[in-house]
Design a protein around this ligand. Sequence first.
Ligand SMILES: NC(=O)c1ccc[n+]([C@@H]2O[C@H](COP(=O)([O-])OP(=O)(O)OC[C@H]3O[C@@H](n4cnc5c(N)ncnc54)[C@H](O)[C@@H]3O)[C@@H](O)[C@H]2O)c1
Length: 337
Amino acid sequence: MMPLRFILVGMGARSRIWRRVLDQHPDCSLVGMVEHDADRLKAALMESPDVAVGAALDEITEQVDADIALLCTPPADRHDQIAAACRAGLAILAEKPLADTLAGAEAHVAAAAAAGVPLAVGLNFRYLAVTQELKKLFAPSRLGRPEFGRFTYERWRDGHQPHLNKYPLTMRQPMLWEQSIHHFDLMRFVYDAEPVSISARTFNPSWSMYEGDANVAALISFEGGIEVTYQGTWAGNWKQMGFEWRTECRHGIALQSEMFGDLAFAMREDVELSPVDLRDEEPWFDDVWGFLEDFVGHFRYGTALPCTGADHLKSLRMVEACIQASARGATVSLHEL
Ligand SMILES: NC(=O)c1ccc[n+]([C@@H]2O[C@H](COP(=O)([O-])OP(=O)(O)OC[C@H]3O[C@@H](n4cnc5c(N)ncnc54)[C@H](O)[C@@H]3O)[C@@H](O)[C@H]2O)c1
């Protein structure tokens, strides 16, 4: 059977990992690359000389047959890319966040549905070993149902580093759209619960290099009575990363102390934490690989499409709720959005 044929749109930082993954996957092939920066396109072509290239997705769909448009572009202004993929009948795999406004993301989901093309969002963090083992800890036979948690992500993110994208430096809410979206998605995924209401405050410390708010503080209530206290920042004022996600459950606690690992649990009376064994993996690669396996499975074996655009809207509503809650100084019900 012919491998699934991908056209990669946007040859920036994120495209590198996707090119590696597609290159190694036996059931995927890269047939086209789209980039409007001529130098970047030239550099990409040097590495993959047999691939069709152009400055717009329409150009490439006229030249080559393909199955999937993989969007690795900044989340703003994806309208033309989505429209071109829909016109060509290509399935869409978009990097998170699907858009930089809730209305924009809703429009993309509606456009894909109207065209009858599947739309998935690459939420690779769900596929980390630590995430999957954390989710299992909440089984009734183990820690039991979560009731409250504390999620802290404190990072000094130097957005001027050459290998990083530059558009977040001027976004209005860079932390929320670019980073917290992963955290909110993870909460929904591991707790298997939908958010009900959010109070939040976003702000920007004086030393932040971001024009928009680098800090988010939120209280998030999930259905079934799970309360999460969240603090996320890209302007934590120490270059050492701080990550801690502690969840209090019926019988004890789960503690994730690193973004890519270090998972442990304790029952109420335990003196020490018990570490959870995690499979060896290469962060950023194996998680994308795991997602891609699921994505490919949908086309090959008819399994459910992972991380659908419609599901992603529920995490994006959390972002929007934080923005509105901070602006209005109020608690925002997710049903209002
Ligand atoms: N899932 C993750 O863990 C993860 C990690 C990093 C980035 N991302 C996401 O990946 C996406 C891309 O981020 P990045 O870091 O690669 O950004 P980037 O700025 O480094 O690269 C984006 C590229 O897209 C090109 N581009 C912009 N508009 C285009 C268009 N209409 N047609 C063709 N090319 C266009 C730009 O010229 C640039 O080369 C973002 O949505 C980001 O949030 C996800």
